[in-house]
Design a protein. Sequence first.
Length: 327
Amino acid sequence: MDAAANPDEVRLRKGSSLRERFVQAGSGVVILLIIVPGLLTWASGGRPFIPALWVVPLGLFLIGVAALERNVAWIITQDGILIGEQRPLGKVHKRMISHHDIAEVRVRKNRFSYPASFSLVCRLASGGVLISPPLPDITRVNETTATVTGLLGLPDAAPIDNPLEAGNAEIILGSPVNPDLGRVIRIAVPVVAGLCALPFLIAFWIGEWEMALGLLLPLGFLAAFALYRHAHRLAGACWTIRQGEIRIERIALSGKPSAETIRTDDVAAIEVDEPDSKDRTSTISIRLHTGQTFCSPTKHDENAARAVRAEIIRRLNTPPDAGTLSG
């Protein structure tokens, strides 16, 4: 659930939809079905099927996540926090935490989360700690936290450093451009490609064609060439979003830093791209009247991407001119 527009409550949720669970489980089943013939050959005394050592656990992991992941929802009101949890095909388990039982609420950045997300940490009077589902609006983390502490009658939580916070004078997407990184990648790619090609060349030399997997060698060289060609683009890109303009910094294919400033009159549309089928994350695209398109250097889940898009539109629409932006 998203943070509700109703000022008397805040709703948070995490978990996958039934469709997403079917996709995860189906992917795991397909992986296992593909790998089964190799496992049978191995079991009957054939060559060791090395990919099975990591592919089988991956398939089982996807099926396990789809089957066991919980859906969790929090409804925060002046009375406290109503927590609902449900496993697939199971009953909903509800728990009410009275506002009298909550000693403190603070906000934290979730570790190892990609895209970046923030959650509430609720310390109970009993000493226990509860971690909320991620806050849905990545551009209003501190604002949502203040709303929660106000509802529960608690002292304001310390604001957290959030580069996407709507209250910031500048919103930063991406990381500072570092030309040295592109140079390092260009040096490393030929060395790594040569080392990776060595086992294949040895296999060809001794006549072990099956071990050589001949198709992988040219494909590997093509991938190495593409990585070498676009190495400078991997050196980072940065969007600085201010009131009325966006400054885009990146490295050209030639290795030279470039910067471009986009203003309201330049923009034809700002859109959230279709979510990636793998991790369900989206980029934000800005299309100019010239036909040129810029894609954001960072990905976000769909809710966060829409929140960032809305904040970009708000900042570029000064003075308001909704006709220049897609709604």
